[in-house]
Ligand binder design. Structure first.
Ligand code: LLP
Length: 416
């Protein structure tokens, strides 16, 4: 199994000590299920792996923003990387500490900046000169100084899917490496700004170490050049975390990742920040879905399930691979299926060419769906978003109710 929390006992799939069939029976389908133990283990892997550097680990809320998930991480002392006022409000509602929050994103609105300043967050990660002016203006108006970091675009190829690579010149993110010195000087001259850090985020689902190291080197050379010009940088933020194993990816161990970062930092006096999302929650969650119909075709067999692209968009959007398992093993002939959803789009698929023994009515578990799953769900086809359940040892807790039709139309009006 991909994670120790997922086991098969007498043919039945268990998450921690709960049979997944009983989750679908109790809360219906489709349903996202998360394992507390897996989330904690993933977070602690960073804490322990990087212990020598004592970093602030800011969980990227965008990966999974369920309040219970945030609360587990807050309990363990996590900081949070947010991209909107909504995410900051979630962190606060979940008991997170605003003093450990960094605010990323290319287009922060003035009201979001003001709210974040009032909450006394740790830092704003600035992505353009215009944004620097806006943060300075809002902070000055409030008689405050905003701590800032520039997100540097290091122009490094992360070797991942083009939609989730962010550190190339051709991407919209960050300020160009060549512009950084000028912008830091400008920022240092502004009354509403306190220059504090330097950041980069080159992409997501990165499995190799070398792109991180290349980006880090480019950042550290800037830190040194800034120091020569009298601008001291207090923290260095290396952006999102490692990739995860969806299929047969080979990941460098966390200890090697940490050692590589430590080696590059050398004896510079820099506080380290990390913004992992996927690697904290990705393999700590799965999507349960039931087989509605088996439809043999001339060239393909289809298993039509009750979860669709509106529930889990990653396969449609990125051609992403998610393992699929039967929740209850039973005898029979394995056939090759495309697992597809009920949405009226040919792109509505969850998995292709999988060997499965299936009957109509079976429950399937789509694995590694804890990150960028529920957060990217939509109401397309007027489908309510799935329920979310948290497993803790032998208990299951509903942590988000399934959306009802009334929820979906709550903000609509008929004009007569
Ligand atoms: N920091 C920043 C500024 C980010 O933009 C992201 C992710 C992260 C941290 C977290 O990166 P991670 O540790 O999760 O790799 N929806 C896509 C992934 C989009 C990632 C966006 N940024 C997917 O489903 O693969």
């Amino acid at each position: 199994m991909l994670t120790p929390q997922l086991t098969r006992r007498d043919g039945a799939l268990f998450y921690e000590n709960v049979a997944l069939e009983s989750v679908a029976d109790r809360f219906g389908s489709p349903c996202y299920v998360y394992s507390r133990a897996a989330i904690e283990a993933n977070f602690l892997a960073y804490v322990e792996g990087f212990a020598a550097l004592n970093p602030l680990i800011c969980y990227a809320v965008k990966a999974n923003s369920n309040l219970s998930v945030l609360s587990i991480l807050a309990e363990h002392g996590a900081g949070f990387d947010i991209v909107s006022m909504g995410e900051l409000k979630r962190v606060i509602a979940a008991g997170g500490d605003p003093a450990k929050v960094i605010f990323s994103g290319v287009a922060k609105r003035a009201e979001e900046i003001e709210f974040a300043l009032r909450q006394r967050i740790y830092c704003f990660n600035i992505e353009s000169e215009s944004e620097l002016h806006r943060v300075n203006a809002v902070a000055s108006e409030m008689g405050e100084r905003a701590r800032i970091t520039f997100r540097i675009n290091p122009d490094v190829d992360p070797k991942t899917h083009p939609y989730i690579s962010t550190g190339l010149k051709s991407n919209k993110f960050g300020v160009a490496h060549g512009e950084a010195l000028r912008l830091y000087r400008l920022a240092a001259s502004m009354p509403g700004i306190e220059v504090h850090g330097i950041e980069c985020h080159i992409g997501s689902q990165i499995t190799e170490l070398s792109p991180f190291v290349d980006a880090l080197r480019r950042l550290l050379s800037l830190v040194d050049q800034l120091a020569d010009r009298g601008i001291a940088i207090a923290h260095l933020d290396i952006g999102g975390g490692r990739g995860i194993v969806y299929d047969d990816e080979k990941l460098a161990p966390m200890s090697l990742f940490a050692e590589a970062v430590a080696r590059e930092l050398g004896d510079r006096n820099l506080k380290l920040l990390l913004e992992p999302g996927r690697s904290i929650v990705g393999d700590a969650g799965l999507l349960l879905t039931r087989v509605e119909f088996l439809k043999p075709g001339e060239t393909k067999n289809f298993a039509i399930v009750d979860a669709g692209m509106n529930d889990l968009l990653r396969p449609t959007l990125y051609d992403a691979f998610h393992p699929v398992l039967s929740v209850q093993d039973h005898p029979g002939n394995a056939l090759t299926y495309d697992v597809v959803g009920p949405v009226c789009e040919s792109g509505d698929w969850l998995a292709k060419d999988r060997k499965l023994v299936l009957n109509e009515g079976d429950t399937l578990a789509v694995l590694c769906a804890g990150a960028y799953g529920m957060v990217m769900a939509s109401n397309y086809n007027t489908r309510g978003r799935a329920a979310e359940v948290l497993i803790e040892d032998d208990e299951m807790h509903l942590v988000r109710e399934r959306e009802t039709f009334d929820d979906l139309i709550a903000h609509e009006r008929i004009v007569k």
